[in-house]
Design a binder for this molecule. Structure first.
Ligand code: HEM
Length: 456
């Protein structure tokens, strides 16, 4: 057996290794590593060794070895200061205990309810836009997605009660995401994070207490999660319920907002494909019909556009594990204590699988091509294996609805021609993007070209 560790990418400086470049230009560093060494290579973040692994075989091993030789809690421990011992941040036994609460949240009948709530919230937003104007898309969609999450997970009444103050605290949590510094350092950003978390708990606590005192008066998602019992018949602890709620809404809103905004931007930058989308909306869900799940699954061109955004502009592009038992990736051995990382910046653009990989081409998922079907671990914008994103369907439905409802009511023009990716430690998003909009005549409909229906 080859005992060599992966080759180190050029440019490491004594002491810091690649840490400075990692903060400044993560994708550039990873691209260089791949160009220099191929599908398994190493970077150094100060004293921490990190193996970067690329390609469907390695990606499969990364996801399938999680909770075995690879550990998911350790590399995300910096999140524990925000969300405590919840979800994948908890040890495996506790994770398994909490899983039924999470599954409850995304049951089929819940999803049907969420789709209705999403539509109502998005429609309220569209109605408030007026007939024409300009908006900063990234901020606008972030606000919209927060409204959707709040209304779906907390219910209308509780969401109104928490108000904007609750959501404003999330920016202090995001600013404190830092995989390198110890999370309990008395650094101003960590002090702001702790204050924000305390304030969020203060806002949510009275709502939960009231609901637990009077359980028969409520029947919604929030009630389910705070009244659900685990297998041993115990109610979830209040602290865990609060942390799960805050964690869910964190995991779900910035990520979804980023990809939803990119879907709109990339469609506006690709007018020929947008025409197909417009024609499909006119055929399947013309204004003002309600888009029920039966109609939604016929919006193939939007579904493919949303998937293409997952491939090209993934919000969560830094998935990490800690090696707890030595593993072999390709020709190299990765010792205990190293980190392993998969990265869509390279993994989603392999020319062996994707035709003209840099191009926005949603028809690559259409019947006849289906490039993503070549391997289950080729696309991993939502992760893979046992820890694959619980909110994936929720997010995809939401992005589909935002796109369909917005484009069927408004003509849009991109005033910022070339937005770029702002790389976050939690989630990526587009830079400030101004979009001009004008309401269409309500009755206006397009004719669906035959070829669009056939997905040709
Ligand atoms: C476009 C939107 C989203 C993206 C790109 C995204 C991405 C991801 C990724 C990549 C993972 C796996 C992390 C890893 O393996 O290291 C993940 C896990 C997770 N996501 Fe999402 N997510 C999105 C939306 C949501 C939503 C809406 C929710 C819930 C409301 C959510 C809740 C979760 C949870 C709970 C996990 C942990 C699953 C587990 O460990 O069992 N996500 N997400």
């Amino acid at each position: 057996m080859n005992r060599q560790t992966p080759p180190l990418v050029s440019g490491a400086v004594p002491g810091a290794g690649h840490a400075i470049e990692f903060y400044r230009d993560r994708p550039g560093l990873i691209r260089r590593g791949f160009a220099e060494h191929g599908s398994v290579f190493a970077i150094k973040l100060a004293s921490q060794n990190v193996a970067v692994v690329v390609g469907p075989e390695n990606q499969k091993q990364f996801f399938m070895e999680t909770d075995k030789s690879l550990n998911i809690q350790e590399p995300y421990r910096f999140l524990k200061a925000m969300f405590g011992e919840t979800l994948f941040l908890a040890d495996h036994e506790e994770y398994v205990r909490q899983r039924p609460f999470v599954q409850e949240m995304f049951k089929r009948e819940k999803m049907l309810y969420y789709v209705d709530v999403m539509q109502e919230v998005i429609q309220t937003w569209l109605d408030a836009l007026g007939d024409s104007g300009e908006m900063e898309l990234t901020g606008e969609i972030t606000h919209l997605v927060q409204e959707v999450a709040g209304n779906c997970f907390l219910g209308k009444e509780a969401h109104q009660e928490i108000g904007r103050e609750f959501w404003e605290q999330y920016k202090y949590l995001s600013q404190a995401l830092d995989p390198l510094l110890p999370p309990d350092l008395p650094h101003p950003k960590f002090i702001r994070r702790d204050r924000a978390k305390t304030r969020m708990l203060e806002i949510l606590q009275p709502i939960i207490a009231r609901r637990r005192q009077n359980p028969a008066a409520y029947d919604d998602f929030l009630q389910d999660i705070i009244m659900k019992e685990d297998r041993a018949g115990n109610l979830i602890e209040e602290e865990t319920a609060l942390n799960m709620l805050i964690g869910f809404m964190f995991a779900g809103h910035e990520t979804t907002a980023g990809q939803a905004a990119w879907t709109i931007i990339l469609l506006l930058q690709n007018p020929a494909y947008l025409e197909r989308v417009q024609a499909e909306i006119a055929q399947v869900a013309p204004y003002p019909v309600h888009i029920d799940p039966k109609r939604m699954i016929q919006l193939h061109h939007i579904e493919w556009a949303v998937r293409e955004v997952e491939r090209l502009r993934p919000s969560a592009d830094m998935l990490m594990r800690t090696v707890q038992e030595e593993v072999q990736f390709g020709d190299y051995v990765i010792p205990e204590g190293w980190l392993v990382q998969v990265t869509q910046g390279i993994g989603h653009k392999l020319p062996a699988y994707f035709e003209r990989p840099e191009q926005f081409d949603p028809l690559r998922y259409a019947p006849g091509r289906e490039e993503d079907k070549q391997d289950r671990f080729l696309l991993f914008g939502f992760g893979g294996g046992a820890h694959k994103c619980t909110g994936m369907n929720f997010a995809n439905n939401e992005m589909t609805l935002i796109t369909a409802l917005l484009f069927r009511e408004f003509d849009l023009e991109l005033m910022t021609p070339d937005p770029h990716v702002v790389q976050g430690m939690g989630a990526n998003h587009p830079s400030e993007t101004i979009v001009r909009y004008r309401r269409k005549q309500a009755a206006a409909t397009a004719v669906l070209p035959e070829m669009a229906l056939a997905g040709a």
